[in-house]
Design a protein around this ligand. Structure first.
Ligand SMILES: [Zn+2]
Ligand SMILES: [Zn+2]
Length: 816
C-alpha cells in the first residue's frame, strides 16, 4: 500500500525547499525570453478571505505554465498599503495606521505564501515604506517639473462622514461615498491636480495592446470625447465687461430653436448678471446646489429645476433675446459651464421648458410633421424648419452648414469637448505619501529638492476626523525653511491619492532595492511592459486609466521608452458565497486557512479554477471542493500504486489509444491555459485521470508506456497543483524539480482521432461513404451526411420522413 496523501505535510515541506533553493527568483542575465506576469497587488485591508485567493491562484498557474514553456518569468507580489481604511482603523481602534498595516501585511504574506505561488518574495514592494514613497514623491516632482502637476482652487466632492475630498471616481450611485455610503456634498479647496486631460485623446487609443473590449469602452466613455461646436451668444448687460457667453453643443443644427440659456450656479457671471429682484432667489438656489454632489446633480431621476437670473443673451442667428437661467444640472467643470437650451429637441430642456412655461418652437421637423405642438422632445434627425436660410436642409447636413456659417461670421467654431477632468490627487488625510511641496511667503510654491526626499510622514499624529490632514496640526512637520531663501516656510500637509502609489509599483518590482533611483532603467527596459496583467474589472476607470496616464507622462519626460504599461489585460470575476459578495458584515466570509490545513492548498487552487470560468467568477461550494480533494486522492493512489501488465498480446492497440488520449489532453490543457480557461483545463485533467484509471485496470499497455503517461499527467498537473506534482515526481523516481521541466508538447499525428467510414444511404441505397472521427456525435453525423454533394441530388425536392442513424456505421435518409 502506498503512503496516504497528506497535503499538510508535503505542502509545507516543498514550500520551504523551494524558498531555500530560491527556485523562483529571477535575474536579468538569462538567455530565456522574459515574461512579466503581474497580478494586481492587494490592498492591506486586513479583511482576508478566499476572495483574495481568486485573483491569485489562476494567475500563478498561468505564470508557472509560461515558466515551463521556457520563459524567464517574473511574478512578483507586494502590498498597496496607504489609504483611508488604515486611518479609519486608527481612529476607531486606537491603533497606529503603520502598526495596523504592517500586521495585516504579515498575515497576508503568510497566507499568500501558503498558496504555493512562484512569487519572488525578495522583490516585495510595500507602498507605505519610506524607501518606496520617496520615489512616489520624486515622480510627483517630475510631473510638477513637466507642468503636469498644478495647484488650483476647485469645487470638490466632500464626504462629511470620512471628512475628506473624494475623486469623482469615488462618488458612486446617487452621489454617495464609495467607502462609507454617506451623501457627498461640494466644497471649494486649493488642491493638487495631475493634467490627465492632456492625454485624453491618447488614452482612447489601444493600438498594440490586447485589452478586454468592455474595459476599453468604459475608459473611452470616461474620457468622453465629443465633437461639436462652440457657439457665442451675445451679451449686452450694464456693468458687465464680457460681451458673450460661449456654449458647447453637438447639435448646432438646432440653434434657431434656443429659447433659454442655462448657466451652472457657480458660473462667474451669475453674480453680475442677476437682477436685483431675482437676487435672493438666485442666491438661495446656489446655496442649495452646493450641498449636492456632481452625480446627484446629473442624475436622470432627479427633477430638473432652476431659477431665472433676470438677464438675457442674444441668439445671433435670429436675433432672439433668450432668458438666462441657472440650474444645477449644468456643471461649471464640464464644457463652458453654460448650455443653450433647445426644448423641442432635447429631453431635459423639454421637461424644463414645460415646468417653467418656456416656448418650445420646432426647428427640426419629424417626418410627416403637420406643424403642430410636440408632445415630447424630438431628438432624431429631420428637416430644418423655422431656421432662416437653412430651411429645408436635412438636419444631419445642417450640423455642418450651421457650423460653417457661424465660423464665417466669427460667432463660433468647431471643437472637441471631453468629459474627463484633471486628476485630483490631494487628500486631507494622514496615511499617504506627503506631497513634497513647501509654501514660502517670499518665493511662493517651492518644490522640495530631490536630495531632501523623502519627506517623511511623522509617526506622531493626532487622528481626528476633522476634515483637515492631521499633519496640519503637527508643528514639527509643518514648519520648515524655504529651500530657496531659507526663510521660515510651511509644508504642504495634504497627502497623495493612493492611486498615485499604484500607478508605478510595477516599475519598482524590476529593481525593488534600488536606492539611487525609482528604478534601474536597464532592468525596466528588460522586464517592462508587463506581458499579462490580471485583476478585477472594477479598476477600469481608476487604477487602469491612471497607470496608463502615468506611463505616458513619464515617457514624455524621458524616463521610459514605452507608452502602455500592460500589454495584455485579463479581468477575473469574483467568488461569492450564499449568492452574494463575501463580507464580514454579511457573515458569509470563507477563509482559506481552514481549507488549506484540511484539504491542502492544491485542492483550494484547483477548486478555485474549477468552480467557474475565471472571467465570470462563481459560487463557493463545500461539496465542490470535496470533489476536487477526492480527485487528488485518486490521482495520488493511481500514480503510486504498482502497475501490472496483464496480457502482453493486445498492447499495440491499447497503447495507440493511450497515446492518442494523452496527446489530445496535452493539446487541450495547453490550449485552455493559453486562453485562460482554467475550469475546462481542470476538467480535462480529471478526465485524463479517469482514463488512466481504466488503462491501469486493464493492464494492456507496457509498463514503460504507462510510466510515460504518468509523467505527462504530472507535468500537466504541475502549474495547477504544484505541491502534489512535485511530491509524486520525486516518488516516481524523477529528479527535482518538476517545476524546472519543459512543458510537454503534443504530436498532432498521435493526437488525431481514429477514423471510421460512415455509410450514407437514401432509402436504403448507398449514395456515399465519408471518413469521420470515431467520436462523432449523432447530430454531427446527420449534419455531415446532409451536406455531402453526392447525396444532395437524392434529397432535392423530397421530404425527409425519417433519419436512421447506426452509431459508427451509417446514416439512412428515408424520403418521399
Ligand atoms: Zn465616506
Ligand atoms: Zn523662500
Amino acid at each position: 500500500m502506498p503512503a496516504r496523501y497528506n497535503p499538510g505535510e508535503i505542502e509545507k515541506k516543498w514550500q520551504q525547499k523551494w524558498a531555500k533553493d530560491r527556485l523562483y527568483e529571477v535575474t536579468e542575465d538569462d538567455p530565456r525570453p522574459k515574461w512579466y506576469a503581474l497580478t494586481m497587488f492587494p490592498y492591506t485591508s486586513g479583511d482576508l478571505h478566499i476572495g483574495h485567493w481568486y485573483p491569485m491562484a489562476p494567475s500563478d498557474v498561468h505564470a508557472r505554465y509560461k515558466r515551463m514553456q521556457g520563459y524567464n518569468v517574473l511574478h512578483p507580489m507586494g502590498f498597496d498599503a496607504f489609504g483611508l481604511p488604515a486611518e479609519n482603523a486608527a481612529i476607531k481602534r486606537g491603533i497606529h495606521p503603520f502598526t495596523w498595516t504592517m500586521q495585516n501585511i504579515d498575515n497576508m504574506r503568510r497566507q499568500l505564501k501558503s498558496i504555493g505561488a512562484i512569487y519572488d518574495w525578495s522583490r516585495e514592494v510595500v507602498t507605505c515604506l519610506p524607501e518606496y514613497y520617496k520615489w512616489t514623491q520624486w515622480f510627483f516632482l517630475k510631473l510638477y517639473g513637466a507642468g503636469l502637476a498644478y495647484r488650483d482652487k476647485a469645487p470638490v466632492n466632500w464626504c462629511p462622514q470620512c471628512q475628506t475630498v473624494l475623486a469623482n471616481e469615488q462618488v458612486v450611485g446617487e452621489g454617495v461615498c464609495e467607502r462609507c455610503g454617506a451623501a457627498v456634498s461640494r466644497r471649494d479647496l486649493e488642491q493638487w491636480f495631475f493634467r490627465i486631460t492632456r492625454y485624453a485623446d491618447e488614452l482612447m487609443e489601444y493600438d498594440g495592446i490586447d485589452w478586454p473590449e468592455r474595459i476599453k469602452i468604459m475608459q473611452r466613455n470616461w474620457v468622453g470625447r465629443s465633437q461639436g461646436t462652440e457657439i457665442s451668444f451675445g451679451l449686452d448687460h450694464p456693468g458687465v465687461d464680457e460681451k458673450e457667453i460661449r456654449v458647447f453643443t453637438t447639435r448646432p443644427d438646432t440653434t434657431f430653436g434656443v429659447t433659454f440659456m442655462v448657466l451652472a450656479p457657480e458660473h462667474p457671471l451669475v453674480g453680475r448678471l442677476t437682477s436685483p429682484d431675482r437676487k435672493s432667489e438666485v442666491e438661495a438656489y446656489i446655496e442649495k446646489s452646493r450641498l449636492q454632489s456632481e452625480i446627484e446633480r446629473l442624475s436622470v431621476e432627479k427633477e430638473k429645476d432652476g431659477v431665472f437670473t433676470g438677464a438675457y443673451a442674444v441668439n445671433r442667428l435670429n436675433g432672439a433675446r433668450v432668458p438666462v437661467w441657472i440650474a444645477d444640472y449644468v456643471l461649471l467643470s464640464y464644457g463652458t459651464g453654460a448650455v443653450m437650451a433647445v426644448p423641442a429637441h432635447d429631453e431635459r430642456d423639454f421637461a424644463f421648458a414645460k415646468k417653467y412655461n418656456l416656448p418650445i418652437p420646432v426647428v427640426i421637423a419629424p417626418p410627416g410633421w403637420g406643424g403642430g405642438e410636440l408632445v415630447e422632445a424630438y431628438i432624431e434627425p429631420g428637416t430644418m424648419v423655422n431656421s432662416g436660410q437653412f430651411d429645408g436642409l436635412p438636419s444631419e447636413k445642417g450640423i455642418e452648414a450651421v457650423s460653417l456659417f457661424l465660423e464665417k461670421k466669427g460667432w463660433g467654431k468647431r471643437t472637441v469637448s471631453y468629459r474627463i477632468r484633471d486628476w485630483l490627487i490631494s487628500r486631507q488625510r494622514y496615511w499617504g505619501a506627503p506631497i513634497p511641496m513647501i509654501y514660502c511667503d517670499k518665493c511662493g510654491i517651492v518644490p522640495v529638492p530631490e536630495k531632501d526626499l523623502p519627506v517623511l510622514l511623522p509617526e506622531d499624529a493626532e487622528f481626528k476626523p476633522t476634515g483637515e490632514s492631521p499633519l496640519k496640526y503637527n508643528e514639527g512637520f509643518v514648519n520648515t525653511t524655504c529651500p530657496r531663501c531659507s526663510s521660515p516656510a510651511k509644508r504642504e500637509t495634504d497627502t497623495m491619492d493612493t492611486f498615485m502609489c499604484s500607478s508605478w509599483y510595477f516599475l519598482r518590482y524590476a529593481s525593488p532595492h534600488c536606492d539611487s533611483a525609482a528604478f534601474d532603467s536597464e532592468k525596466v527596459k528588460y522586464w517592462l511592459p508587463v506581458d499579462l496583467y490580471t485583476g478585477g474589472a472594477e479598476h477600469a476607470v481608476m487604477h487602469l486609466l491612471y497607470a496608463r496616464f502615468f506611463i505616458k507622462a513619464i515617457r514624455d519626460i524621458g524616463l521610459v521608452d514605452f507608452g502602455e504599461p500592460f500589454t495584455r489585460l485579463f479581468n477575473q470575476g469574483i467568488i461569492i458565497s450564499d449568492k452574494q459578495k463575501m463580507s464580514k458584515s454579511k457573515g458569509n466570509v470563507i477563509t482559506p486557512d481552514e481549507y488549506v490545513s484540511e484539504l491542502g492548498a492544491d485542492a483550494v487552487r484547483a477548486y478555485l479554477m474549477f468552480v467557474a470560468p475565471w472571467e465570470q467568477g462563481g459560487e463557493w461550494d463545500d461539496s465542490g471542493i470535496s470533489g476536487i480533494s477526492r480527485w487528488l486522492n485518486r490521482l495520488w493512489n493511481l500514480v503510486l500504486a504498482e502497475y501490472r501488465e496483464n496480457q502482453p498480446g493486445g498492447q499495440s492497440q491499447a497503447e495507440a489509444e493511450m497515446f492518442r488520449i494523452t496527446h489530445q489532453t496535452i493539446r487541450k490543457v495547453t490550449d485552455d491555459l493559453e486562453k485562460m480557461r482554467f475550469n475546462t483545463m481542470i476538467a480535462a485533467l480529471m478526465e485524463y485521470t479517469n482514463f488512466l484509471g481504466k488503462v491501469k485496470e486493464a493492464g494492456m499497455v507496457a509498463a514503460i508506456a504507462w510510466a510515460e503517461s504518468i509523467r505527462t499527467l504530472l507535468l500537466l498537473l504541475a502549474p495547477a497543483c504544484p505541491h502534489i506534482a512535485e511530491e509524486l515526481w520525486q516518488r516516481t523516481g524523477h529528479h527535482y524539480s518538476i517545476h524546472n521541466q519543459s512543458w510537454p508538447v503534443w504530436d498532432e499525428e498521435l493526437a488525431r482521432d481514429e477514423e471510421i467510414t460512415l455509410v450514407v444511404q437514401v432509402n436504403g441505397r448507398l449514395r456515399d461513404r465519408v471518413a469521420v472521427p470515431v467520436s462523432i456525435s449523432e447530430a454531427e453525423a446527420r449534419q455531415l451526411a446532409l451536406g455531402q454533394k453526392r447525396v444532395q441530388p437524392y434529397l432535392e425536392g423530397r421530404q425527409i420522413l425519417n433519419i436512421i442513424y447506426v452509431p459508427g456505421r451509417l446514416v439512412n435518409f428515408v424520403v418521399k
